[in-house]
Design a protein around this ligand. Structure first.
Ligand SMILES: [Fe+2]
Length: 203
């Protein structure tokens, strides 16, 4: 029995706030190229969902070494993970940056001791990661963590809500900062939209 796949909406454009980052040197050209990558994650998410819903794969052929089922499931985490983390990246960007505000500021202080200590950890997380830094709310311990993301599908823990996602893949900064990732991170810190981050906190 097959069923209709529920699809994600492929983004046609970026939230307009994103372009406020030009004041810190993250260019429109970078964002416009980046949009096509985000669209790619959305399209591949939908392609995999459709294949699974249509039962194009014979469940009897599933195999842990190589199988269509394995390819779909493993790459789904990369595709949908890339759709989600780019959604959070673009929707929490283009603000005033600076020190965190609201409830997330309290959580950061409780979890890291001070905002400055969080910044130090966050920047180092962004340098140590191969693709992403993630700020997430941990429902198990009611605190926030900074996680490294190498790919779209690594390495958060379960039962965490993603609050802030910083793309540190080279496509996010090479055009504007070449290999100077730390300079890009410094620029990024000035355009975080803390209101948008607070809006992502679970009630
Ligand atoms: Fe990206």
């Amino acid at each position: 029995m097959t069923m209709e796949a529920k699809l994600v909406t492929v983004p046609e454009s970026l939230p307009s706030n994103v372009y406020n980052t030009e004041r810190v040197g993250i260019s429109k050209a970078t964002h416009d190229a980046h949009l096509t990558l985000w669209q790619g994650y959305a399209k591949k998410t939908n392609e995999i969902r459709s294949a699974l819903a249509a039962m194009e794969v014979d469940p009897g052929s599933a195999n842990q070494i190589y199988s269509q089922m394995r390819a779909l499931k493993v790459n789904y985490a990369f595709a949908y993970g890339g759709f989600i983390n780019h959604s959070v990246y673009f929707n929490t960007m283009g603000g005033e940056g600076g020190e965190a505000t609201g409830a997330v500021a309290d959580l950061i202080k409780e979890s890291f001791g001070s905002f400055e200590r969080w910044v130090a950890d966050w920047k180092a997380t962004g340098i140590a990661g191969r693709g992403w830094a993630y700020l997430a709310y941990d429902h198990e311990e009611q605190r926030v963590h900074n996680y490294i993301g190498d790919g779209q599908d690594t390495f958060p823990a379960w039962n965490n809500t993603l609050l802030l996602a910083m793309d540190v893949y080279e496509h996010a900064y090479f055009l504007d900062f070449q290999t100077a990732r730390a300079k890009y991170i410094d620029a990024y810190m000035q355009v975080i939209d803390w209101n948008a981050v607070n809006a992502r906190l679970p009630k």
